[in-house]
Write a protein that binds this ligand. Structure first.
Ligand code: AMP
Length: 217
């Protein structure tokens, strides 16, 4: 079972994907994580992508598609029960390219799940996030505050605000989503592949709706 998990930044795609990985033995493929890893390793794609990501903009399609193709090709036999694309595709061009990947690498996308979340909620969620510099754990100043302000509960590391989670960057990310990614909802609706899920509910209710959708497959 291969699925696309769609939704604006901050909709909870990563959290829901992690739950699906645990329960269904799927592999999460997060393009955001792949770019951040490339940046840490200072590969050429990491240097290029950081230039766009830190301002909340999308990495150009050519670079993104190439990275995803290489990753899929290299790992095609290691995906367990299938994979969850988290954060890809994000443009119509990427969606078309993914169809070409399906043909050339011989896999099929079974469903597209879209998490629908109110924009005001997203702004609060994203700009309140804090990440541990050391272990990567995430907290939220309102919804999941650390025991000691600025300090990670898990490892004592320093918490910081990701450059793309500042208020200015969040604004750009949301408007980028509106302009470039939202049109994918209609694209997949017209193909009869889309399930819309109310992402304003609690984390557990969102997950239960996703599960219902997958079980129906
Ligand atoms: P995310 O963690 O999914 O929010 O992604 C972080 C950043 O990585 C985004 O703001 C973009 O700059 C970049 N990125 C991730 N996925 C894509 C994609 N499919 N297309 C272009 N840029 C992407």
């Amino acid at each position: 079972m291969n699925i696309i998990l769609m939704g604006p930044p901050g909709a909870g795609k990563g959290t829901q994907a992690a739950k699906l990985v645990k329960e269904f033995g799927l592999t999460q493929i997060s393009t955001g994580d792949l770019f951040r890893k490339a940046h840490r390793e200072q590969t050429s794609i990491g240097v290029i992508s950081d230039y766009f990501s830190k301002f909340g903009r999308l990495v150009p399609d050519d670079f993104t598609n190439e990275m995803v193709y290489d990753y899929l090709k290299e790992n095609m036999n290691n995906f367990g029960n299938g994979f969850i694309l988290d954060g890809y595709p994000r443009t119509i061009l990427q969606a078309r390219e993914l169809e070409y990947f399906e043909e050339s690498l011989g896999f099929k996308i079974d469903a597209v799940i879209n998490l629908d979340v109110d924009f005001d909620v997203l702004k609060k969620r994203l700009s309140g996030r804090r990440t541990c510099k050391n272990c990567g754990a995430t907290f939220h100043i309102m919804y999941k505050p650390p025991k000691v302000e600025g300090v990670c509960d898990n490892c004592g590391g320093e918490l910081y605000q990701r450059e793309d989670e500042t208020e200015a960057a969040v604004k750009v990310r949301l408007s980028t989503y509106e302009g470039q990614t939202r049109p994918l909802i209609d694209y997949y609706k017209m193909k009869g592949m889309l399930t819309n899920i109310n992402g304003d509910q609690s984390m557990d209710d969102v997950y239960s709706d996703i599960k219902k959708c997958l079980e129906a497959l």
